[in-house]
Design a protein around this ligand. Sequence first.
Ligand code: CA
Length: 524
Amino acid sequence: MKMKKFMACAAAGALLVSMLAGCGGDNADTNTATQAGSEEDLAYKVSDDPIELTFFYAGLNGTTPFEDDYPVFTEAARLTNVTLTGTVPTTNTDPYQAFNTMMASGELDDVVTANKSDFDQYAGQGAFIPLEELIEEYAPNIKAFLDEHPDVKKGITSFDGHIYFLPRYEDSGTAKGWYIRKDWLEALNLEEPQTVDEVYNVLKAFKEQDPNGNGQQDEVPFFNREGTMSDIYNLFGIRQNFSINEETGKVQYSKYVPEYKTAVENAAKWYAEGLIDQEIFTRGANSREELLGNNTGGMTHDWFTSTSSYNEKLQESVPGINFDVIAPPADINGDVWEDTNRTQEYVGWGISATNEYPEETIKYFDFWYTESGKRLYNYGVEGVHYNLIDGQPEYTSDFLATDKSMTAVWNENGMALFIGGYKEFNAERQFMSEEALVGMDLYTNNNYIKDAFPSLPFSEEERKVISDTLPAVQSYMDEQEQKWIMGTEDVNSTFDQYMETCKNLGMDDVLAAYDSAYQRYLSN
Ligand code: CA
């Protein structure tokens, strides 16, 4: 019956869209309004009368629920005449539950931020309206953006060929890199590790040769705050989670390929020798604070900007600390590559079928893709958060001088939220130290970074196969992995049985569903 409600809304929405699409021609001012850097504030008005839209933003990816007085959105409201009013309590800490509650109620906010998979699922039930015609008619900047980024367009297109949301786009893929205590390398007279064997030898030396100089073997050579061994598996040629096999062009899964045997066998060996954090699966998000702060952590693989901040933070408590970037060590096949890539268009905002202002809403969305909108999204309000220096936005020194993380100060001002926006990496660079920039440019300029796994347009049937099957297989995989790593079961004698069990649990069906969605993606 919820479904019925959505269907009725969808029909109304579709009608409205086609009516709107049929009465274009009086939007010339909208087109001129979107000229880059226009000084005429009126240029961005999407309506003569103020419009208020309810807004679902529950705080995805570490951000918090939307607050109505974010300076960035107050400025956007001044320019566009559209005000967003958040509906998720700011105390909410479970974005998925908040989303499910709203969807179950059938009462949707006018503008909804969600994951691509959510849009795919609920658009099929009529909860969200298709945007292509609205974009064509009223959103020249979005149209230009999608024309210039055909991969993004593919990534946001649903299985039924429609576009239901506009994504948070990142103009740079750089995400994570390898970090090592270079001061320890120096103390032990070691070179930066460039191969798997050299990584092993360095970690072994960190373990046995007391680089922190306290007379104890208390070093934790390799650690990872996300509780995953996938960085180590990378060294053995395995990509994380789902990826495209470069030879066959088929979708594969990291823990369901023959090469996984060698990877997990070696990881278990390294773990048994104390080269990997014995608490890697449980230590959690504060691993860097803990293990760098107490001068025991030696190497990790993590986000550039935040990981680069520890040298300065810890310069007094850990004198001489130099936790710095190295190039990815070559894997066992001799290939040098980085697995993580942040360019994935899987979160953004869409228009619900009950929104009474689809035309104004798409124009409002379009504002965020103008030069002024992009600048507001990335840098905040001129004179408050940034100034123009030689025509380029630069954060004020007050804004940069913060003890909080970059993402926290963005969040509290409403910058770079997970809405339909164009995130410029140049903004993030302003938070980074010179040495971090050098390290990161190493990854970019040498093209180490592999393509991200695309956002796939799953059909309802494919989604069902995956949601019915994958969680159980994954939990079996994780359980077995821990047994191997902890040494309670031997990899060599149990691996074949493991692959057989994954197959019996339906992993081939999952891959087939991924493959058919991938073929659809390619043809979009
Ligand atoms: Ca020591």
